[in-house]
Design a protein around this ligand. Sequence first.
Ligand code: GLV
Length: 429
Amino acid sequence: MQARRPPPVAATPDAEHGARANPDAPPARNAPDAPDAYDAPAPRNLAEYEAAARAVLPGQVYDYFAGGADDETTLRWNREAYRRLLLRPRVLVDVSRVDTSVELFGERLALPVLLAPTAFQRLAHPDGELASARAAAAAGTLLVASTLATYPLEAIAGAAEGRLWLQLYVFRDRALTRELVERAERAGCRAICLTVTVPVQGNRERDARNAFRLPDGVEMANFAGLRQARFPSVTASGLDAFIAREFDPALTWEAVAWLRSITTLPVVLKGVTAAEDAVLAVEHGAAAIVVSNHGGRQLDGAEPTLWALPRVADAVAGRVPVLVDGGIRRGTDVLKALCLGARAVLIGRPYLWGLAVGGRAGVERVLALVRAELERALALMGRPTTSSLDRTAVSVAPALPAAEADGRVGWSANSNSVDLGDESARRPS
Ligand code: GLV
């Protein structure tokens, strides 16, 4: 049995003002003035962070963050695809200086790893999105704050020191959506990241089983005082009911044009995996594309993002930067994604585990681990800069060794492989 602690929201502090929402409640173990939730030796890698977080999170919260749709096949494939891409190191290259930085929208990021939009971060730690924003800024990268954040966008922007994008869902209520975009501009967000993978909610059986809901004291803070701040009261997953009630299933490419007409910020389109959609995204003025299947949480059976990435990169042909998320757990995974054409990657669940275990410090440590792993991998690959990576640095294993498939649905020996094009492939965009 995993040790569980009570939901951290019992003593949710108002991190901006230092006051407790419930002054009579004992401090939660992971409140800022309490020791970190996890007292064992610090996890050494992102998988150990997940195990540590699982030990301290309420089961319903762990399931919500960790889970995927249906049989969670795509969730696993996202991960396994990285294991199937093999590295081809070069030797006798001067790697005394290694540079992990990348340029994105005219800005230098210290490492090509952004914090993906993830909802309801106060379920992981009382400081929620504020802690993640501070950690991202300290690491020289940025947070993509969720529309469904549990702190208001303006408070997150204050913590982010400008290193912030807003992730946007288009609600049935366009006026509400527009207001959020305008708030993002005023708060200094540097881009709007439109998520297009949720016309309807994926079938998340863990959340249905757990009747997933937000505890008292945690709400969708961007909509405080409005109906949209809370889930409808239902006996099944409250999030399911919320999305069915609020999100617009009739969304088309018109929404991208509409969004561009109401903001001067770059519009990043998140959720593209088909080459045809990548072309349409560029034609509709997307400033960047995120290859994403929503972390395996929407359409189960969707191909892993690492497979989709080179096709999208080819279709885009360098016209806009391509990013990717899903399954990235090691510095070598970041490197592989960059080889296949990503300018940068986003991690989601791993930093939530860091947040659950140690608040801001936990997120910083997760980013530091990925950075150290990436630096080492670049050196061992004989590719000392992110721009020195290309498709010649990887090859595709014919099949996952049986032991790696772990008895689960995996790759079959004759499944399609990633089409890497010819060996003299172009550099990533
Ligand atoms: C929210 O965006 C989710 O995928 O749960």
